[in-house]
Design a protein around this ligand. Structure first.
Ligand code: KG4
Length: 345
């Protein structure tokens, strides 16, 4: 393969690990397009239905890739490589993106690059946009990765050297917010609904029991149970209780989740003497969590990094940025490398 100038490296990236079908075209580390089709079909079930997710990916993958190439103004023949999420995620969902990526790469005779979805979330901080001044952390930095499936504190030494400092031993933070919304009979995904309701609520109205887990690990399942039991008692006395108090309930639950997240992050930052603190994953959109970051930055001199909203939720540009770094390292993937479903970093 002939060496290319970095400015000529075009990478098509594909993400299909859960319920978003996404394709991006990168020129080096700059994103040219990032197109995502979300799947509304899951809303009526209150959560992602894996079988339906794979079917929706099958329908979406060709138009999404086509749209990403057209938006970027890049032809298939210009591509240098194809990067794809190999895991973790839902087996059926991953297989659609991976099979498509492998087939297209083979037909074009270009390398394939497998990317870990979680590494992608963290590296989203390094995606550049045309005409936008980049704000990227220097290594090493700590990243709080909070999504519907993960809650981790990661020490990032380089794009390929990441250490998990702490992680949830049961539910993820996003999952806890989604379940809290479900208990209150609100829609799915619950995180953004809780966020919206909490803005009009009193965050100190209720106290829910916090987990006592040693080290830097998290636990959110006890908090969810504490919320459920508190609510059961209140609803038994007044059937309309949730409706009358949903803002305060949402604000108090959200405050507790944010306090738990920030407490361990602060301890890890202190112990590891790292003040460059990044945030990634879908929950990073949360208003209270962002406010807590700004507050800690002021109080403790943290340098904080929060990617643009479109790069925090599942998207292919974050897969493309890892793909670009692996491309420079000539770290390519063989055709027979299988998908993986479980969390590894
Ligand atoms: O990273 P993500 O898009 O998907 C994965 O789980 O990989 O994260 C989705 C999670 C969901 O639990 C959703 O409720 C939560 O992020 N979320 C939020 C907000 N927006 C999305 N949680 C709190 N506040 C938000 N504004």
């Amino acid at each position: 393969m002939a060496e290319k100038d970095n400015n000529e490296v075009y990478i098509l990236a594909i993400e299909s690990s859960c319920d978003d079908t996404s394709a991006a075209v990168m020129l080096g580390d700059t994103v040219l397009s990032n197109v995502t089709a979300s799947q509304a079909v899951h809303e009526q079930y209150g959560g992602v239905v894996p079988e339906l997710a794979s079917r929706a990916h099958e329908l979406n993958i060709v138009p999404v890739v086509d749209a990403a190439l057209k938006k970027a103004g890049v032809g298939k023949e210009q591509l240098s490589a194809i990067a794809f999420t190999r895991g973790p995620g839902l087996m059926g969902s991953l297989l659609v993106g991976v099979s498509f990526a492998k087939g297209l790469a083979a037909s074009l005779g270009i390398p394939m690059i497998d990317v870990n979805h979680l590494q992608g979330h963290i590296m989203a901080h390094f995606i550049k946009e045309q005409g936008v001044e980049p704000h990227v952390p220097e290594y090493p930095f700590l990243c709080l990765m909070v999504s519907g499936g993960n809650s981790q504190i990661v020490k990032v030494n380089s794009y390929k050297d990441m250490e998990i400092v702490g992680q949830t031993i049961d539910d993820a933070a996003g999952e806890a917010l989604d379940k809290c919304a479900k208990i209150m009979g609100l829609g799915y995904p619950g995180g953004p609904i809780i966020d919206r309701l909490a803005r009009e609520g009193d965050a100190k109205a209720y106290t829910f029991s916090k987990p006592h887990i040693p080290g830097y690990d998290y636990s959110f399942s006890g908090l969810k149970t504490s919320f459920l039991y508190t609510l059961r008692k209140l609803v038994a006395e007044d059937a309309d209780y949730v409706d009358k108090h949903k803002n305060d309930l949402a604000a108090s639950f959200e405050r507790t989740v944010v306090e738990v997240l920030m407490d361990k992050l602060y301890k890890a930052s202190k112990a590891l003497k790292i003040k460059r603190i990044a945030l990634s994953g879908g929950v990073s959109a949360n208003t209270a969590l962002r406010a807590a970051y700004a507050d800690y930055a002021k109080r403790y001199g943290w340098e904080i990094y929060i990617p643009k909203f479109g790069f925090t939720t599942d998207n292919a540009a974050m897969i493309g940025i890892v793909g670009y770094h692996k491309y420079l390292d000539k770290d390519f993937c063989e055709m027979d490398k299988p998908v993986f479903t479980r969390t590894v970093l």
